[in-house]
Design a protein around this ligand. Structure first.
Ligand code: ZN
Length: 317
């Protein structure tokens, strides 16, 4: 089979690789229906994170179970499944506490940008849909594997509640789905910080009530203006730079929370400054597995259509 391999900055090759097989009894092998590029793939692609050796790419996936190992009980061949970018047994203390992306037996997935994929810990990682979905539902189901799961976690980590005012920093796919998540969780006002007209449009479709185009100190000033000088109850940080993190913390009201899911690149916080903000920080790699059953239901019933974030589709080869 052929799969995507990153060799270095802007050097992606689609090349022959060995087809995956069952290695451990808890494994499944799935035939990928759809996969995509993650924002976190862009750091090595742009040369900001070094690439030490040719690296198979891809950790967002869904597809049909082809084969399962002897120990697998919860999924079977022929089912359509979605898994997280992090594997989990879903039984250890961290999993039971809802932090499956900190599973004691976690592996980060890679190699999903290929026709076939081996998924370790299949029982604790994969969730099957009620039936094999129609083709038009598959892009939305794919987003549950990472991008919507991550935006959702940002909203949960920021403690979005009914009636609250939420700010979303970052208008990439995660930020846009953070807007969707905030609305689903009942936020009354969702302020999207975005400079791109097409993304502003989608943010509005997903439920943004306000758009702020300013950034940095000007962006924070604008949020303060919109919240009577107080700041937002909940802020979703979906970028991972020093500027976006500071923008998020400073846009939050004392006692409010920042949910941060942008993989930090060079972010440094000053303890004393943080102390006086009275802001709660919670984030990390999203425990996507926690949210999969609920999010599958929302997509399946047509209540949300997160697949709209995809703006380029490439043919199967
Ligand atoms: Zn675990």
């Amino acid at each position: 089979m052929k799969g995507a391999v990153l060799y270095g900055p802007r050097d992606v090759r689609f090349e022959e690789r060995e087809s995956p097989k069952i290695v451990e009894p808890a494994d499944a092998v799935i035939r990928i229906s759809l996969t995509c590029v993650c924002g976190s793939d862009l750091w090595p692609y742009r040369g900001i994170s070094p690439v030490a050796e040719p690296t198979p790419m891809g950790h967002e996936y869904c597809g049909i179970v082809e084969e399962v190992g002897k120990a697998v009980k919860s999924v079977r061949p022929g089912q359509f499944v979605i898994g997280s970018f992090a594997t989990s047994d879903n039984t250890c203390p961290n999993c039971q506490y809802g932090y499956q992306s900190s599973c004691m037996h976690r592996e980060f997935m890679t190699r999903a940008q290929a026709p076939m994929l081996r998924v370790p810990l299949a029982d604790g990682t994969l969730v099957a849909t009620p039936e094999v979905p129609p083709a038009d539902l598959i892009p939305s189901l794919l987003t549950l594997s990472d991008v919507l799961g991550t935006g959702w976690f940002a909203a949960v980590a920021a403690d979005v509640q009914p009636g609250k005012t939420v700010v979303v920093v970052g208008d990439g796919a995660v930020g846009l789905l953070g807007v969707l998540a905030a609305r689903q969780l009942g936020a009354e006002r969702v302020i999207a910080m975005s400079r791109h007209p097409a993304r502003q449009q989608l943010a509005r479709e997903f439920g943004a009530t306000d758009i702020v185009t300013e950034r940095g100190a000007d962006g924070v000033a604008r949020i303060k203006e919109l919240t009577k000088g107080v700041g937002a109850d909940a802020v979703l940080e979906c970028v991972g730079t020093q500027e976006s993190m500071m923008q998020a913390i400073q846009a939050t009201r004392p006692g409010g929370s920042v949910g941060y899911v942008g993989v930090p690149h060079g972010v440094e916080l000053n303890g004393e400054d943080l102390f006086y903000t009275h802001v709660r920080l919670h984030g990390g790699p999203a425990p996507v597995r926690r949210f999969l059953p609920e999010l599958i239901e929302l997509v399946w019933s047509g209540k949300i259509n997160p697949g709209k974030v995809f703006d380029l589709t490439l043919p199967r080869r």
